[in-house]
Design a protein around this ligand. Structure first.
Ligand SMILES: Cc1cc2nc3c(=O)[nH]c(=O)nc-3n(C[C@H](O)[C@H](O)[C@H](O)COP(=O)(O)O)c2cc1C
Length: 96
């Protein structure tokens, strides 16, 4: 992997954790990941556990996390997630 200031890793939540593909990515590049952010989509719960697991696989705590709920995206209702996206970006800017 090349050199990046930030790697944002996204995953749907499956069985209260990240997908095997996300896990594989984290583990494969753990030694090169210095600054990470995690993004998850989910039906309703399991994001916190997924982020903890990913933190373990990456060996680094995320600078920010963003959780998006399936039905909010599918309903195309930006009011439901715009604040969360903005907070996520703000957190990344502040901790740069
Ligand atoms: C095998 C499987 C397990 C899932 N487990 C969870 C779960 O534990 N918690 C949750 O909130 N949603 C769960 N979901 C719902 C997905 O997280 C949700 O549909 C997904 O984030 C949508 O992203 P996608 O369209 O990229 O799959 C699960 C979905 C699948 C297919």
């Amino acid at each position: 992997m090349g050199s990046f200031d930030l790697v944002a890793i996204g995953t749907p939540v499956w069985a209260f954790t990240c997908t095997p593909a996300a896990r594989a990515f984290c583990e494969q590049y753990a030694d090169q990941l210095q600054r990470v952010a995690f993004v998850a989509t989910m039906g309703g719960s399991g994001d916190a556990r997924a982020y903890k697991a990913m933190e373990g696989y990456c060996g680094v705590a995320p600078a920010a996390t963003l959780t998006l709920i399936d039905k909010h995206i599918k309903a195309d209702d930006p009011e439901k997630y715009t604040a969360a996206v903005e907070a996520f970006v703000q957190q990344l800017v502040e901790t740069q």
